[in-house]
Unconditional design. Structure first.
Length: 79
C-alpha cells in the first residue's frame, strides 16, 4: 500500500509537516485529508478568518503533490 504525507501550507511558502500514513490509494488519501482539514479548522474555529489562505497538501511516496484541500472550503462549510 502507498504511503502519503500530509502538510499544511500557509499560503506564504511555509509548510508544516503534519503526518504520514499508509492508505490503500489516492482516493483514501483525499478522504483522510478532507477529514483532517475539518479537524484542524474545528481546533482553530475562533481564528477561522486566518485560515482562508492555508491548504492541506497530500504528497505520495515520491514527494509528488496528489491532493490539495483549501482550508477556505472548510471555513465556508463551517459557516
Amino acid at each position: 500500500m502507498p504511503h502519503f504525507t500530509f502538510q499544511l501550507d500557509d499560503g506564504q511558502g511555509h509548510r508544516e509537516p503534519l503526518s504520514g500514513i499508509t492508505l490503500p490509494d489516492a482516493e483514501a488519501a483525499w478522504y483522510h485529508a478532507y477529514r483532517s482539514a475539518r479537524e484542524l479548522l474545528c481546533q482553530k474555529i475562533g481564528h477561522a478568518e486566518g485560515w482562508q489562505r492555508h491548504t492541506l497538501e497530500v504528497e505520495d511516496e515520491l514527494g509528488e503533490l496528489v491532493w490539495s484541500v483549501p482550508m477556505a472550503e472548510m471555513v465556508e462549510l463551517a459557516s
